[in-house]
Design a protein around this ligand. Sequence first.
Ligand SMILES: [Zn+2]
Length: 251
Amino acid sequence: MKILSFILGTIMGSFYLVLATRLPKGEDIVKSRSRCDNCKYVLKWYNLVPILSFIFQRGKCTKCGKKISSEHFFVEIFTGLLFLLTSIYFPLGYNYFVGLIVVSLMIIIFISDFKYMIILDSPLIVSIILVVILKLIYFDFKTMLYSVISGLILFLVMLLIEKLGTLILKKDSLGGGDIKFAFLMGLILDLKLGIVALVLSTFLALPYALASVKVMKKHEFPYGPFLAGSLFIVFFHFDKFTNLINFLFTI
Ligand SMILES: [Zn+2]
C-alpha cells in the first residue's frame, strides 16, 4: 500500500508538473507530446518513467545531450513522498483519498502560483467534484450539504476581505483563485476548521509577505501556496485542531 502510494505519487507528480507549467501558457496538455526543450525530440515512453529516466539518462536528453531541468526529478520525488505520507497517516478510506487530493492541489498550486501567479480552475473543479462524491459515498447527503454551505461561507468571507482590501489599498488585494480555493477549504474542513485554516494561512504568509516587500521590493506575492499549505497542515492534524477549537469554545 505504501509502496503503491509512492509510485502513484511519482506518476501523478510528473503529470502535475506538466499541468501546472503548460496550462498557464495556454498549451494543450492532451495533444502536445512531451518534447526536449532544446532539440524538440519527442520523448518516448522510456524517457518518461518518473525518477528512473532522469537517473539513467544522467539528467540529459538522450538525443542532443542537453541537460534536463531537475525540476521534473524533484517534483516527482516530492509528490511520491507526500503520497507516501498520506498512506502513513490515513488507512485506505475517505481521509486517505481526500488527503491525496489535498497534497495534489498543494503541488499544483505551489508550481503554478509561484511561477505564474495563477491558480488554475481545472484542478479546483476536479477536486470539488471528487470531494463531493467522496462525501456522498462515505457519509450522507446532509453531511455533504453542510460542507458545501461551509465552503460557500468561506468563499463569501474571502470575497468580502478582497472587496475591503481593494477599497482600502485601491488595488487588487486577493486573486480570484484564492477566493475559489477558500470554497474548497470549507468543503474539505467544514466551517470551524476552515476558518482556523484561513487564519493559519495569514500567519504562514506573513514572513514571506514581509520579505517580498522589504527585501525583494515587490508589492505582489502569491497567496495560494499558503492557503494550500494551511489546508494541508489542518487536514493532516484534524484531531489536534478539533481539540483546539473545542478548548477555545469552552473558555
Ligand atoms: Zn534534446
